[in-house]
Design a binder for this molecule. Structure first.
Ligand SMILES: Cc1cc2nc3c(=O)[nH]c(=O)nc-3n(C[C@H](O)[C@H](O)[C@H](O)COP(=O)(O)O)c2cc1C
Length: 195
């Protein structure tokens, strides 16, 4: 096993912040290292300070460190290949949207705000040496009942967080994907109108 762990820096048309260019979502996490808890707290703090509609702050989190009963409960809700790799992460973080306010009024932007909070989370984590891999592939109802979440609390994603591991930790097919260049649509494809 070679000791070189790849960086997968984005090939951008113009320079962007280094932390944004270098953030990526690994599947290989080092199963021997515990999470850096101060970096994890900083990532949650970055999420806390993200903007939201009317400052409603509809983000809630379930944070579970590897080795805990809660970690195992979250891991057991992962589906497909996610369940094969995410258990090596130092922590699993469930991002939950509080979709209605205290009067029962729907918060129209709750999931948008939660996504933005997770973007802040992942960038802060990356700046502090952690990697984050967000997942939509989990059984939301199972997770909901496992943690007693009310109707108002919608689990939207589970993130594996930890220290990136060597791609050789993964099965061959996934290993190739782990080191392949990252790709994106061209900027011109994204602009509906730009005048
Ligand atoms: C909402 C969301 C759901 C995702 N679900 C999964 C998932 O279930 N399994 C997985 O392996 N990756 C998942 N991903 C990771 C994406 O595939 C990944 O971010 C994308 O391919 C871009 O790669 P990069 O983050 O390395 O730039 C998800 C990402 C997001 C934001």
């Amino acid at each position: 096993m070679s000791l070189i762990i790849p960086t997968r820096t984005a090939d951008t048309t113009t320079p962007i912040l280094e932390v944004l260019a270098e953030r990526w979502s690994p599947r290989a996490f080092d199963p021997t290292l515990p999470i850096d808890e101060s970096a994890l707290t900083a990532a949650l703090e970055a999420a806390r300070w993200s903007p939201s509609a009317a400052n409603s702050q509809p983000w809630r989190f379930i944070v579970a460190l590897r080795g805990t009963e809660e970690f195992r409960r979250i891991e057991s809700t992962l589906v497909g290949f996610n369940s094969a790799w995410a258990g090596s992460a130092g922590a699993l973080v469930v991002a939950v949207a509080e979709v209605a306010d205290e009067n029962g009024k729907t918060r129209r932007w709750a999931e948008y705000d939660l996504g933005q909070a997770m973007a802040h989370f992942s960038v802060q984590a990356h700046a502090d040496g952690l990697h984050v891999h967000q997942m939509g592939g989990f059984e939301a109802d199972a997770l909901r009942s496992s943690f007693g979440l009310t109707e108002n609390l919608v689990p939207v994603s589970v993130s594996a967080v930890g220290t990136v591991g060597h791609p050789d930790l993964l099965p061959e097919q996934t290993r190739e994907r782990e080191v392949a260049p990252r790709s994106r649509k061209g900027l011109d494809e994204l602009l509906i109108s730009a005048s």
